[in-house]
Design a protein around this ligand. Structure first.
Ligand SMILES: Cc1cc2nc3c(=O)[nH]c(=O)nc-3n(C[C@H](O)[C@H](O)[C@H](O)COP(=O)(O)OP(=O)(O)OC[C@H]3O[C@@H](n4cnc5c(N)ncnc54)[C@H](O)[C@@H]3O)c2cc1C
Length: 389
């Protein structure tokens, strides 16, 4: 299997959409813009300068499905035409107000309703920090003394999460619990394990996320396997590399603590592949989603599935990418008969800015897989020009 066909990668884009994507990735590749951009935009928003329109036409229209679940339907249909599922991701982050958290729960339940019985929407997803105040999660992880109100607040947050997971299991919808920063991840891990124990007794509905850029995740995976064997439940894992590397390193430095992140990309890649291998070998317990834009890791799972004689469309195995990224991987895998899905983030423009800035920063690295996106876009622009399209 090869992922180098620009024709297959961008067959769903007309010429003007292709040129827009090319320009966008070219701009994101400029390190200066990606580093300074978010700060500049923050300032412009503070001074009420009209910058949102520009973001809507560029980053938002490329990486998001729209401002509401209804807006996102167009993307769901267009992905389904290519044999790719949509994971509707309400991407609002860092909320602390109780009534706003309740609204997030309502929106997430609606995303589960969209997925119920729908082949085009194979998973739902949520972030624990979308349903619980992140500062409180951090206090709990640090075993700090919390007030009675905070104890009550945490109980309410757990009720929201439990209600959501129960709604997913009752609707027979698989749901991802995203992984977040290490200073709240221990609490998230605990909640994810509790939810898997409760709702994954027969089928796998709840999926936790493992960030393989962390030095401790292989050990954690082995421990999780033992707990599942003891508790008699199945484990769903979305395996990713991790999205908060710079933030994690900066914080470890600030607090004079060892960084929880591997010292180099090689170690992250090694653990990523080891985790895939371990889950495939223990597939009586594990269901896997390889959440990656890395061609080698995607091929690694393809090869493992072949070596273990696993059907391409075995429901325990999924590949996933983010909307607007790595269509060369998603399209080729889907055309070959594998289960593929893409996160389709949506939400009010202002609220999804942190998600958009992460995407912009991730695409700065020209040497990495993200640079591959730009190379393929350029190749397709030239190919179409030569063919006279
Ligand atoms: C479907 C999907 C779901 C996702 N869900 C989550 C989630 O829940 N939580 C989350 O944190 N992220 C999530 N991500 C983002 C993901 O963690 C990565 O940021 C992103 O996909 C880039 O990694 P990659 O596997 O595509 O590969 P590549 O582009 O090959 O690798 C880049 C990644 O490698 C790691 N890396 C790079 N340089 C170094 C270095 N010097 N030392 C150590 N490690 C390094 C970093 O993690 C970096 O993001 C998700 C991604 C996808 C596609």
């Amino acid at each position: 299997m090869r992922f180098d066909s620009s024709e297959i990668a961008f067959s769903h884009l007309d010429n003007s959409a292709l040129k827009r994507a090319n320009l966008l990735f070219l701009l994101m590749s400029l390190r200066f813009l990606s580093v300074v951009g978010p700060k500049m935009i923050g300032l412009m928003l503070f001074f009420r300068l009209p910058v949102l329109g520009l973001i809507r036409m560029t980053l938002f229209s490329h990486f998001c499905g729209g401002e509401s679940i209804e807006d996102a339907q167009k993307t769901v249909v267009s992905l389904a035409r290519r044999g790719i599922g949509a994971i509707l991701d309400y991407s609002v982050e860092g909320i602390s107000d109780k009534s706003a958290l309740d609204l997030v729960l309502k929106e997430l339940k609606a995303s589960i309703d969209q997925a119920k019985g729908a082949k085009a929407v194979p998973f739902a997803v949520f972030k624990v920090s979308g349903l619980a105040r992140p500062e409180l999660l951090e206090k709990i992880q640090n075993v700090e003394i919390i007030s009675n109100e905070e104890t009550q607040e945490f109980a309410e947050a757990k009720n929201r999460i439990e209600a959501l997971c129960q709604h997913a299991a009752q609707s027979k919808v698989k749901i991802f619990i995203d992984a977040e920063e290490s200073w709240i991840q221990e609490v998230i891990d605990g909640i994810a394990e509790e939810m898997m124990k409760r709702f994954n007794q027969k089928e796998t509905y709840i999926f936790t996320t493992l960030q393989m850029y962390r030095t401790d995740r292989m050990e954690y995976l082995l421990g999780l396997h033992n707990k599942a064997l003891e508790g008699g439940y199945k484990v769903g894992v979305k395996v990713v590399r991790g999205a908060y590397m710079e933030k994690e390193r900066a914080r470890a430095l600030r607090f004079h603590q060892p960084s929880p992140i591997h010292p180099d990309q090689f170690s992250t890649d090694r653990d990523y592949n080891l985790a895939l291998e371990y889950c495939v070998q223990n597939r009586d317990i594990f269901s896997i989603c390889a959440g990656t834009h890395n061609e080698f890791s995607s091929l690694k799972l393809v090869n493992l599935m072949e070596a273990h004689h696993i059907e391409k469309n075995d429901p325990r195995f999924f590949f996933a990418q983010l909307l607007g990224m790595s269509d060369h991987i998603s399209n080729v895998l889907a055309q070959s008969g594998y289960n593929v899905a893409k996160y389709v983030p949506y939400g009010p423009l202002k609220e999804v800015l942190p998600y958009l800035f992460r995407r912009a920063q991730e695409n700065t690295s020209i040497a990495g897989q993200a640079g591959r996106e730009l190379t393929l876009l350029k190749k397709e622009v030239v190919r179409r020009r030569l063919k006279g399209f």
